[in-house]
Ligand binder design. Structure first.
Ligand code: SF4
Length: 190
């Protein structure tokens, strides 16, 4: 039987793709291992690589603010990325890197068995929801896959680059709040 400890240990020493060569830290994931809501980003940036934790820089602060708006505590959800090591110069993770790493996320999801998955940005949405997912058109919509409710929202870094998208992101988080109220058993929101 898989365990969080075994999975994290394997992940921490992983050299399955070339991103291991430039990483400072493997960014395994953070949050409650009893969470009903799983947030998935694309990969660590410089701050995350430095600290070994996902979403800790400016984008992380914005994510925390969005969570706070709906009264959702970071500690009550789980946050992970498609790739666990930082792509150099913050480029998008290559398909080959995503494919090498996705097994860890699958094992995390299998251990967690979340009721809701929220993809943060296009890369996560195309990997998790549908290959041809269009974030500008389909963010905030809900999809069901294998009994799990899934949605995608703009990546916080995209909201920092283009603040005009924030009202739409706010609506998406309000919809997430409603979905949590509807189907989650122990996740608290305002
Ligand atoms: S990105 Fe994933 S597959 Fe590649 S070395 Fe890091 S942990 Fe291993």
């Amino acid at each position: 039987m898989d365990t969080w400890e075994a999975l994290e240990q394997t992940c921490q020493s992983c050299r399955e793709c070339s991103l291991w060569e430039t990483r400072k830290n493997v960014v395994f994931g953070v949050g409650s291992r009893n969470a009903e809501v799983l947030f998935i980003g694309e990969g660590p940036g410089a701050n995350e690589d430095e600290q070994g934790e996902p979403f800790v820089g400016r984008a992380g602060k914005l994510l925390d603010d969005m969570l706070a708006i709906i009264g959702l505590k970071r500690e009550s959800v789980y946050i992970a990325n498609i790739v666990k090591c930082r792509p150099p110069q913050n480029r998008d993770p290559l398909e080959v890197e995503q494919d090498a790493c996705i097994g860890y996320l699958r094992r995390q999801a299998a251990l967690l068995r979340p009721k809701i998955i929220v993809c943060l940005g296009r890369i996560a949405a195309t990997k998790i929801i549908r290959e041809d997912f269009k974030i500008s058109r389909e963010h905030g919509q809900w999809f069901e896959k294998a009994g799990v409710q899934m949605t995608a929202v703009y990546h916080p870094a995209a909201l920092l680059r283009d603040p005009r998208r924030r009202p739409e992101a706010f609506d998406d988080f309000k919809a997430l709040q409603a979905k949590i109220r509807e189907i989650c058993d122990h996740t608290e929101v305002d």
